[in-house]
Design a protein around this ligand. Structure first.
Ligand code: SAH
Length: 257
């Protein structure tokens, strides 16, 4: 999975290596789980919307089967109506195992990447989280569903406006969206317990490190063509850095570009 680099969809948040690493066992587990959820669907599909079955299947086959275990993340992604945050013409593909275009040359991340980044932040539910790159608002909605307060910055005015409208429509009051340049962070609300960056800068922006609370975590893709998703933790001794996986996000641009 996920090794293509030149598809029509710019591979924002597309994992490049996870399938290779998880290997055949993961694939078998995924198939078995798909069959199991397929069997159980009749009893669960009388829920809130017609995409619920697809959403639950996505959580089983793309998340649980690949090792996502944080119950808060899994529950949130079983709940957030991803199909409400993609263009109407792509609704039936909303729960597919890939990123999708959302307009203005941008993409909504692949569900697995949203889950992996959310899990990496190790949230307990009462934190304040800064997101850079609101895009569709899906990642922000997942975090809000986990109970945290979200401050999200989007560079493109039309996307910021649309995400704000959609998040309000869906009842996510715990998210504040601002149009602006994420390189500067949001100093008025700092420090943040966690920061999630969903566009890739060449280097970690210093303002974001500054606005991270002591002990705070930051999940951020770093690089240009080849990017690494890294998890930073701010400690009194300095910044601890852990490599999570290779990814491909849209570039983080600055306001002048
Ligand atoms: N988190 C999003 C996906 C983000 S795609 C979701 O769940 O749908 C990356 C987004 O980052 C794009 O919308 C892009 O416009 C935005 N972006 C790029 N550079 C930025 C910057 N400097 N500051 C804020 N947002 C930026």
């Amino acid at each position: 999975m996920g090794t293509e680099r030149d598809g029509a969809v710019r591979g924002d948040g597309k994992a490049r290596g996870s399938g290779v690493r998880r290997g055949a066992v993961g694939a078998i587990v995924a198939v078995v789980l798909a069959l199991l959820t397929g069997c159980g669907m009749g009893s669960r599909s009388n829920g809130s919307d017609s995409y619920e079955a697809a959403r639950l299947r996505m959580v089983e086959t793309q998340l649980r089967a690949r090792g996502i275990a944080d119950p808060k993340v899994l529950r949130a992604m079983e709940t957030v109506p991803r199909h409400e945050l993609v263009p109407e013409s792509l609704r039936d593909a909303a729960y597919d195992d890939r990123p999708l275009p959302i307009g203005a040359g941008q993409t909504i991340s692949q569900p697995y990447i949203v889950a992996a980044m959310s899990e990496a932040l190790a949230l307990s539910g009462d934190e304040r989280v800064l997101e850079i790159g609101t895009g569709s608002g899906y990642q922000a909605a997942v975090l809000a569903e986990m109970g945290v307060r979200v401050y999200s910055i989007e560079l493109v005015p039309e996307l910021a406006e649309r995400a704000r409208r959609d998040l309000t429509r869906l009842g996510y009051e715990g998210v504040e969206v601002r149009q602006g340049d994420g390189y500067r962070g949001w100093p008025e609300h700092a420090p943040f317990d966690a920061i999630i960056v969903t566009a890739a800068p060449e280097e970690v922006p210093p303002a974001l490190v500054e606005q991270l609370a002591m002990g705070g975590r930051m999940a951020i893709p770093v690089g240009t063509y080849s990017q690494d998703l890294v998890l930073l933790r701010k400690r009194p001794e300095g910044i601890e850095r852990r490599l999570l996986m290779p990814v491909r996000f849209v570039p983080m641009r600055s306001e002048s570009e």
